[in-house]
Write a protein that binds this ligand. Structure first.
Ligand SMILES: [Zn+2]
Length: 447
C-alpha cells in the first residue's frame, strides 16, 4: 500500500510531459503510472486534475545573511524550492569546518526543506589545506570570488590555480564569481571621483568585458588543473561567448544564470535604482535575449536565485549614490514563478526549466542520488502547479523586512499550490505546513 498517490497529473520532468500518476511510499517516489494504467491502493490521494506535477526546485545559489536559514527556507518553499545550496562564508581566521557545522546545525534545527552547502574559500594557504577534510564530510563544492578585493574576498590567480588543483583531487567543483576585480574597483573609484554616482553610472563600471576576461582566466585554470568550473550568475553575451570558446576546446566549464538577468535589464536599474543593484549588473535587452536562447539550447546549464536580501532601508542607504548601496536581490520566493512565467510567455518548454532548475543543479553538485527528479527511488520532492493561475504575491506582506525584488511586482504564474518534501506536504493553501526540525543536510556524492 502506497502512502500517497497523485492522480490525474500532467507530469513534467526533464524527458517530457506525460499524463499519469505518481506513487509515494514513505519519503521516496515509489512508482510512476501512465494514464489509464490500474493504480495501486494508497492511504492518501491528491487529485491533480488540471495541474502540473514537477520535481521540486533545487536552488544552487543562496545567501541567507539577510534573514537566516530558517526564514529563508520558509520564503523559498512557497515558490517550490525543496532543496537549496547555501553559500557559507565565515571569517578568514575561523576554520571552515567550524563555520559549516554552525550552519548545518542551524539548518537542521530551523529549515523546513533539505539543503547542502558551498564553502567559500578565502585567499589563504590554510583554506586549501582544509579542502580534503571538508570533502570527506560531503562538501565538495567550493566558491571563490575574483572580485571584491577591498572587502577581502578576492582571490589572486595564483590561489585560484592552487585551490582548483586541490578541488580536482577530491573530485569536486569550483564555483567562481567571475568579474575582473581590480578593473571594476578602478572603474568604480574613477566614477565616484568624477561624481558619477547615479544608478545609470553603475553598469559601465562592471562592463561585460570584465566578466568575459575573468571567465577566460577561470577557463585556463580549469584546463590546466582539470578541475570543473561553474560560473555563477552569468550576466552577459560576452561572458557566454567566453564559456563557449572554452567548451569548444574541451574545458569542463558550466554556467548558471539568474531570473534577474533573463527578465530585467539596465532600464530597471535606471528606473528603480538601488533595489535593482546586483553584481554583475543587469545588462542590455540583447544580453537578456541571448542568455534566454542559451538556456533553451543548454549552453547555460542552471538557473539559481542568488538570493541575497536586504531591507528597503539598507538598499536605499546610499542616498543617491548607487555605489554605496549593498549588492543583491531577494529572489527566493519568485525564483520558480518568475522562470515559469518567462517560459510560458516565450514559448519555452517546461522540460527546459526542469532540467536547469532541478536535474542539472542536483547532478552538478552531487545530489542526484536523492534530488532533482521524479524517478522511483528519488526523494519525493514534488510541486503541484496550476499553470492557468497568475498571481501578484505581495512579497512585502510575507517578508516585511525584505526589499522587494522588482520581478515581484508582476503577476506571475507557477506558484505551487502544494509543495511536497520527502513525502510530506510542506506548503499548502497558502501556508507553510512543514515544521522546523524536519530538514536534512544532503551530503554531496561524487562518482
Ligand atoms: Zn551570490
Amino acid at each position: 500500500m502506497l502512502d500517497l498517490l497523485i492522480t490525474n497529473a500532467m507530469i513534467v520532468d526533464g524527458q517530457g510531459t506525460m499524463p499519469g500518476a505518481i506513487g509515494v511510499s514513505g519519503s521516496r517516489i515509489a512508482s510512476r503510472h501512465a494514464e489509464g494504467e490500474p493504480l495501486p491502493a494508497a492511504r492518501a490521494t491528491i487529485d491533480a486534475a488540471g495541474r502540473m506535477v514537477l520535481p521540486g526546485v533545487v536552488d544552487p545559489h543562496v545567501h541567507f545573511y539577510g534573514e537566516g536559514i530558517g526564514e529563508y527556507s520558509r520564503l523559498a518553499v512557497r515558490g517550490g524550492v525543496t532543496t537549496f545550496i547555501g553559500m557559507i562564508r565565515g571569517a578568514p581566521e575561523i576554520p571552515l569546518a567550524t563555520v559549516v557545522e554552525e550552519h548545518r546545525v542551524a539548518g537542521v534545527n530551523e529549515a523546513v526543506t533539505d539543503f547542502s552547502f558551498h564553502v567559500v574559500l578565502y585567499d589563504r594557504p590554510e583554506s586549501i589545506a582544509q579542502i580534503p577534510a571538508l570533502a570527506a564530510q560531503g562538501y565538495t563544492s567550493f566558491k571563490m570570488f575574483m572580485a571584491y578585493k577591498r572587502r577581502g574576498m578576492m582571490v589572486r590567480d595564483e590561489f585560484l590555480f592552487d585551490a582548483m588543483e586541490a578541488i580536482r583531487k577530491v573530485g569536486g567543483i569550483a564555483l567562481i564569481h567571475a568579474e575582473h576585480g581590480e578593473l571594476v574597483d578602478y572603474m568604480e573609484q574613477a566614477a565616484v571621483a568624477a561624481g558619477q554616482t547615479a544608478p545609470e553610472c553603475y553598469e559601465p563600471t562592471r562592463p561585460a568585458e570584465a566578466e568575459a576576461a575573468a571567465i577566460e582566466i577561470v577557463a585556463l585554470a580549469a584546463q590546466a588543473t582539470g578541475c570543473p568550473a561553474y560560473i555563477v550568475h552569468l550576466s552577459s553575451n560576452q561572458g557566454l561567448a567566453a564559456v563557449e570558446r572554452a567548451r569548444r576546446r574541451g574545458v569542463p566549464i558550466w554556467a548558471e544564470t539568474c531570473p534577474q538577468y533573463l527578465l530585467l535589464d539596465n532600464d530597471t536599474l535606471r528606473e528603480v535604482g538601488a533595489p535593482a543593484k546586483v553584481a554583475p549588473p543587469l545588462r542590455t535587452s540583447a544580453d537578456r535575449r541571448s542568455l534566454g536562447t542559451a538556456l533553451l539550447t543548454g549552453a547555460v546549464n542552471t538557473v539559481g536565485s542568488d538570493h541575497a536580501s536586504f531591507s528597503a532601508e539598507a538598499k536605499a542607504g546610499g542616498g543617491g549614490n548607487i555605489f554605496a548601496a549593498p549588492f543583491g536581490m531577494s529572489g527566493a520566493p519568485t525564483l520558480w514563478p518568475s522562470m515559469f512565467t518567462w517560459a510560458l510567455d516565450n514559448g519555452i518548454p517546461l522540460t527546459v526549466l526542469v532540467r536547469a532548475m532541478s536535474e542539472a543543479p542536483a547532478r552538478l553538485f552531487g545530489l542526484s542520488h536523492r534530488k532533482g527528479s521524479l524517478s522511483p527511488g528519488a526523494d519525493a520532492d514534488i510541486i503541484i502547479v496550476d499553470p492557468a493561475l497568475r498571481q501578484t504575491v505581495d512579497v512585502k506582506s510575507i517578508a516585511p523586512a525584505v526589499c522587494p525584488n522588482p520581478v515581484a511586482d508582476r503577476a506571475l504564474a507557477g506558484w505551487p499550490d502544494i509543495t511536497i518534501s520527502r513525502g510530506e506536504v510542506v506548503w499548502h493553501d497558502g501556508r507553510v505546513t512543514g515544521m522546523p526540525g524536519r530538514a536534512q543536510l544532503i551530503t554531496q556524492q561524487r562518482t
